[in-house]
Design a protein around this ligand. Structure first.
Ligand SMILES: NC(=O)c1ccc[n+]([C@@H]2O[C@H](COP(=O)([O-])OP(=O)(O)OC[C@H]3O[C@@H](n4cnc5c(N)ncnc54)[C@H](O)[C@@H]3O)[C@@H](O)[C@H]2O)c1
Length: 386
């Protein structure tokens, strides 16, 4: 089978690697010669490292590398069964690319988008055959992250959905099915991890290092929210938050924080600029962590309950199944447990009571409890049978 990836940036080159590893020939295409050269050099370095580590043999490396065809035009696309775009996040540019592609590819070829934030329906609308359009959302780095969100648009045919799911499962990925709504599953459900941490900080309850400590030491998260925001980049994380907020018609639950906006404006993007919430320079001052147990427990529980509320609301609104919501958060962003299973463990009544207490204290919409949680408390239900 032959596939194509359009856009040879960080996502595109990773997706091309996944496909080549599965035994397929991949055309990795970028408009810019420089991007192609960078992708080639990146692959050479990564592949050599995999051999060094003993994960691949020299013969395997040669074979996999030979399956990636780097080019900056659309030669060969007419024989591809599946083409995915991972170009710049701009709806008009993506639509015009899809139109260009549709004029070349076979009638049965699936046209997929790796978009993080655009509606798949809007991209499909650019096509003569919108039923062939689908969202296939990989996580960064694509070769390492197991999760792929599959997002059919309202125009997507059952055949496109089935073939795409089979294909991606065949690449040894874990697929979850998500509704075509802002942030799909992961980027929607994860918002409070950043938003509530920022709110706690803005209220002056704790500094970023203490909040991070609470989430890693008590919660078991691999990274605290501030370390993670500095890693992702405060510029990028802020834009995602703002986009999600606007896409949800300014729902207060997704309201961005001024703290993050100011950091982005100041150029304090995080690790990549040497400064974000933390200083990454040689003269950085040591972190001061408040290890008061009750404070740490309160921070952890407040952020967790907001995440649980978001996950429950996603289920309530049929964004995905309960199994897929939990799978998405454990495999897409490495949460230590699925949020709905965590809710069962902590007690639904405890979750509802905390959310109601926060709502009563602040009188803010961001703390409104999902109707599903409230109903479950009333009927004494759990998400999963224990
Ligand atoms: N970076 C992430 O963590 C991440 C995760 C999931 C999804 N995504 C999505 O994946 C897509 C790509 O993101 P990225 O981080 O790889 O971006 P990137 O900037 O690293 O790469 C984009 C590439 O597309 C190329 N390009 C731009 N316009 C083009 C065109 N018209 N034709 C061909 N090539 C073109 C650029 O030269 C560049 O090489 C975006 O839609 C983004 O939202 C990103």
């Amino acid at each position: 089978m032959k596939f194509a990836v359009i856009g040879a940036g960080s996502m595109g080159r990773g997706i091309a690697q996944v496909m080549a590893q599965s035994g397929a020939t991949v055309f990795l295409i970028d408009k810019f010669e420089k991007a192609i050269e960078t992708a080639k050099a990146h692959h050479a370095k990564i592949f050599a490292r995999l051999v060094e580590k003993g994960k691949w043999s020299e013969a395997q490396k040669t074979e996999i590398a030979s399956r990636i065809v780097y080019q900056h035009d659309f030669r060969g696309l007419e024989v591809c069964a599946f083409v995915i775009e991972a170009i710049i996040e701009n709806v008009e540019i993506k639509k015009s690319l899809f139109q260009e592609l549709e004029a070349i590819v076979d009638d049965k070829c699936i046209l997929a988008s790796n978009t993080s934030s655009l509606s798949i329906a809007s991209l499909g609308a650019a096509l003569k055959k919108p039923e062939r359009c689908i969202g296939v959302h990989f996580f960064n780095p694509a070769p390492l992250m197991k999760l792929v969100e599959i997002i059919p648009a309202i125009q997507t045919s059952k055949e496109t959905l089935q073939s795409t799911t089979d294909l991606v499962n065949g690449w040894k990925k874990i697929t979850v099915l998500a509704k075509d709504t802002p942030g799909f599953i992961v980027n929607r459900v994860a918002r409070p991890f950043y938003g509530e941490a920022l709110r706690i900080y803005e209220e002056g309850f704790a500094n970023p290092e203490t909040i991070d400590y609470a989430m890693t030491e008590i919660g078991g998260f691999r990274m605290g929210p501030f370390t993670l925001m500095d890693y992702i980049g405060n510029d990028i994380n802020y834009i995602v938050t703002e986009t999600v907020f606007k896409s949800f018609y300014y729902d207060a639950r997704y309201k961005p924080a001024f703290t993050q906006k100011r950091l982005a404006e100041a150029g304090y993007f995080g690790r990549k600029t040497g400064r974000g919430y933390f200083d990454y320079g040689p003269d950085a001052e040591p972190k001061i962590i408040n290890k008061e147990e009750l404070l740490l427990k309160n921070i952890f529980w407040r952020i967790l309950v907001m995440l649980i509320n978001e996950a429950a609301d996603a289920l309530y609104l049929n964004i995905a199944s309960k199994e897929d919501i939990d799978l998405a958060m454990t495999k897409g962003v490495n949460y230590p447990k699925g949020l709905l299973a965590w809710a069962d463990e902590k007690g639904i009544d405890h979750c509802v009571d905390t959310l109601d207490r926060l709502f009563n204290e602040y009188h803010e919409e961001r703390y409104r409890c999902s109707p599903l949680l409230r109903r479950m408390k009333k009927d004494n239900l759990k998400f999963f049978r224990s």
